[in-house]
Design a protein. Sequence first.
Length: 158
Amino acid sequence: MRVLGFLLVGVLSLVYLFTQLGEIDLGQRGGYIIRANFSNAGGLKPGSPVELAGVPVGHVAAIRLDGARAEVSLRLRDGVPVQQDAIVSILTKGLLGERYVTISPGGSDEFIKPGGKLRETESPLDLPSLLSAYVNMRQRQNAQKTPAPNVQASDPAK
């Protein structure tokens, strides 16, 4: 009987740790949804963390195509106000880490209502495209610096 009680306490402790510290959503629908459109949401996925001023405040609820842009739905905890002029960015943890969403606070006195849309967005930096552009630029510079062959005219007087 003691072993069964010990196992039950252990399992309940693990469930508590996973739901509270791991921010796992077990069907809970608390909080509210706001949306933001990005030209590129590559690497972002549902469940990715959302931070406001560096503090975790929610997660990505869904990503869908809206015309030629990606509409990202963010589920934020109740009581987390977001200004109308806040800037939403997709960043990477570390050099090659996972993507997450960060919200930089704005200066407005008006706040986004549940279901509202943030207008100011910054898509993630596309590192492979950036490196490719750099390599191409360096190749063009090297091609321009290559000297032309030295052609000397012969002297007809000789």
